[in-house]
Design a protein around this ligand. Structure first.
Ligand code: FES
Length: 233
C-alpha cells in the first residue's frame, strides 16, 4: 500500500473472516497485547446480543495496555487487566477452568499465549476455542512423506503432488486458477472444498472442529494423509 499513488487501480477481493463471533450465551475473550484489536468489536457485538462475557487482557505494563483503561471504564468488571510486571503471565489454565458450559473462547495475541490456550482448550468441547494468529504457527513434518494424487473433480484432472511441492503449486502449474494471498496457511484465501480423502491440515486458519470435518483445506500448505484427495476444483 505504501507504494500506491493517487489514481492507481488495484484488484481487491471481498473481506475474509475466519474469526467470526458465533452465537453463544457467554464468551471468554483472552487478549495479549495488540491481540485486543479483533476482540474489541466482538465485545460490542456480545454486549448488543445480551450475551454474558469476560475479557482477560494481558500486557507488559499497565500503562502499555492499549485501550485498557477505556475498556475498563466502558465495561467495568467484565474486563480484567493483567500487567505482566504486576501479575506475571496470564493464568490460562485458571481462566479456562472456570468456563461455563456452552461458552466460547476467542483469543488473539502472541504465539506462546495462543499455544497455551489451544493446549489447555483441548480438554474442552470441540469448537470451543477460536484463535486468530498474526503469523503461521510452526508445523510438524507432514503425515505422509511420499507424493500423492489429487483428483480435480470440476476440471476432471488427476495430478501428482510430489513431496517437495504444494498442492497449490501443482494445481496452478496445470493452469487451474486458484485465489491465493499469503501462501503460508494463514489467510484462508486458497480454501478449497474437499470431496474425498483425508487432508493433512497444516494451516493456521481452521480450528480443530473444522479440521476434523475434513470438508475444506488450505491447499497452499496442507497435504494428504493418504495417497489420494478429491478436490472441488
Ligand atoms: Fe493464504 Fe493459502 S493462500 S491460506
Amino acid at each position: 500500500m505504501h507504494q500506491l499513488a493517487v489514481g492507481d487501480r488495484v484488484e481487491i477481493s471481498e473481506p475474509r473472516n475466519h474469526f467470526r463471533l458465533l452465537p453463544a450465551p457467554s464468551y471468554l475473550f483472552i487478549a495479549g497485547g495488540i491481540g485486543i484489536t479483533p476482540l474489541m468489536p466482538m465485545m460490542q457485538a456480545a454486549t448488543s446480543a445480551g450475551a454474558d462475557w469476560k475479557l482477560a487482557y494481558g500486557g507488559r505494563r499497565r500503562e502499555s495496555i492499549a485501550f485498557g483503561e477505556c475498556l475498563h471504564a466502558t465495561y467495568g468488571d467484565r474486563v480484567a487487566l493483567y500487567p505482566q510486571d504486576e501479575c506475571g503471565l496470564l493464568d490460562v489454565e485458571g481462566l479456562l477452568s472456570g468456563l461455563v458450559p456452552g461458552s466460547l473462547v476467542y483469543t488473539c495475541g502472541p504465539e506462546p499465549l495462543l499455544n497455551a490456550v489451544e493446549s489447555v482448550g483441548e480438554k474442552l468441547a470441540p469448537g470451543t476455542v477460536h484463535v486468530e494468529r498474526f503469523a503461521a504457527k510452526e508445523i510438524d513434518e507432514p503425515v505422509r512423506t511420499e507424493g500423492f494424487t489429487v483428483w480435480l473433480a470440476k476440471s476432471e484432472l488427476a495430478l501428482t503432488v510430489p513431496p517437495d511441492r504444494s498442492i497449490l503449486e501443482v494445481v496452478t502449474a496445470a493452469g487451474i486458477e486458484v485465489s491465493t494471498s499469503c501462501e503460508d496457511g494463514i489467510c484462508g484465501t486458497c480454501e478449497t472444498r474437499v470431496l474425498a480423502g483425508t487432508p493433512d491440515h497444516r494451516d493456521s486458519v481452521l480450528d480443530e472442529a473444522e479440521k476434523e470435518a475434513n470438508d475444506a483445506m488450505m491447499i497452499c500448505v496442507s497435504r494428504a494423509c493418504g495417497d489420494r484427495l478429491e478436490l472441488d476444483l
